[in-house]
Design a protein around this ligand. Structure first.
Ligand SMILES: *Cc1c(COP(=O)(O)O)cnc(C)c1O
Length: 397
């Protein structure tokens, strides 16, 4: 374990906190019941744990327990929100608004809805990654049924202005959904204050288990309806059938509780580590910070390194740090990140990007080590690059 690279990919997933594991364990073995079993104590125990977890999650976002629908994660919650609202409201309109920099779990369902006859506006973003609120307002039409804008971007960490977006949507009487997979437990989210109508959550980005998440659905002013996308035993009031995974749900609630307890101090600590890393790296020339400099997740640093290929840099860092580059590998093809391209970046710079995701278990010493190694990796790549172009020039002559 000790000679594995330092984990700095916390936007992809996080290790589970031991305290979360401890909370979950009894629900795998002793208290294994199905909360739908109402005739015996095994079911009652599971039901009690479920009720408590649901209450904790509701409290964490300013909601009521009935407004929490458990899902397998944020991907499923996003699908339920988008397809569910589209199916429930299509007689009122078939226009949806989202943003170019959203996660694939928003973009792909939106593209699917387009094939069914829905019209989708993909808002562009400003060079800092934020949407233009005036542009959003102009995009809303009488047939718009839903606006979906993410809370925090998974690549560049940029935090959209949820409160202002919520106010616009409420005023225009359009439902507002936010994918808060990267937001929950890292920034304060209040569905009342921010006028959020639907919100997707997940546990595994905040030291909880994988395979569990939730969709928050507003019950009053307005009461949101969604068409179920998974049918069966009628769990979650028929909105999402399937036996509820109590261990995961207990772990999810514990993870959120811990993250909120430690939010203030942890944000400050992560911010210090992130700024240390940035200040160390930007001493080199031609390094660009991607995304808004301050309106971003404290643990996120996304940079483009001019003249250096991102995958070469990743390779150079491989034994030191587990990070990810701004190019996603899908079906064998490496393509530059759609998020960085949406910021107006050239393909060249998008390919030259690296994302550091600093988290709960990273120490100052680790970040110092990563800073040092990254600097020397960039320097040596630039030197060999310079040597290559020099010899190429000689040959041309
Ligand atoms: C991780 C992530 C998702 C997907 O969440 P899962 O729980 O893994 O399905 C969706 N949106 C964003 C912004 C994410 O970061």
């Amino acid at each position: 374990m000790s000679n594995r690279p330092i984990y700095l990919d916390c936007h992809a997933t996080t290790p589970m906190d031991e305290r979360v594991l401890e909370a979950m364990l009894p629900y795998f073995t002793e208290h294994f019941g199905n909360p739908s079993s109402m005739s015996h104590v095994y079911g009652w125990e599971a039901e009690a744990a479920l009720k408590q977890a649901r209450q904790k999650l509701a409290d964490a976002i300013g909601a009521t327990p009935e407004e929490i629908i458990f899902t397998s994660g944020a991907t499923e919650a996003n699908n339920l929100a988008l397809k569910g609202v589209a199916e429930a409201y299509f007689s009122q309109g078939r226009h949806i608004i989202t943003v170019e920099t959203e996660h694939k779990a928003i973009l792909d369902p939106c593209r699917y809805l387009q094939t069914l006859g829905f019209e989708v506006t993909f808002l562009s973003v400003q060079p800092d990654g934020l949407i233009d609120l005036a542009q959003l307002e102009q995009a809303i039409r009488p047939d718009t049924i839903l606006v979906s804008v993410m809370a925090a971007n998974n690549e560049i960490g940029v935090l959209q202005s949820l409160g202002e977006i919520g106010a616009i949507c409420r005023q225009q009487q359009v439902l507002f959904h936010t994918d808060a997979a990267q937001g929950i437990g890292k920034i304060l989210l209040d569905v009342e204050e921010m006028k959020i109508d639907l919100m997707s959550l997940t546990a595994h980005k905040i030291y909880g288990p994988k395979g569990i998440g939730a969709l928050y659905m507003r019950r009053r002013n307005p009461r949101v309806r969604v068409a179920p996308q998974i049918q069966g035993g009628g769990q979650e009031r028929g909105i999402r059938s399937g036996t509820l995974p109590i261990p995961q749900i207990v772990g999810f609630a514990k993870a959120v509780e811990l993250a909120l307890e430690e939010l203030k101090s942890e944000s400050q600590r992560l911010l210090q580590l992130r700024d240390y890393l940035w200040h160390a790296l930007c001493k080199l020339e031609n390094i660009h910070l991607n995304g808004h400099p301050t309106q971003r997740l404290p643990g996120n640093l996304n940079i483009s390194v001019e003249g250096v290929d991102g995958s070469a840099l990743l390779l150079g860092l491989q034994s030191t740090a587990a990070v990810s580059s701004g190019s996603a590998c899908s079906s064998g093809n490496v393509a530059p990140s759609h998020v960085l391209l949406a910021l107006g970046q050239s393909e060249m710079l998008a390919y030259a990007s690296v994302r550091f995701g600093i988290g709960r278990f990273n120490s100052t010493a680790e970040i110092e080590q990563v800073a040092q190694h990254t600097i020397s990796a960039i320097e040596s790549l630039r030197q060999s690059q310079a040597a290559v172009s020099k010899s190429a020039n000689l040959k041309v002559r």
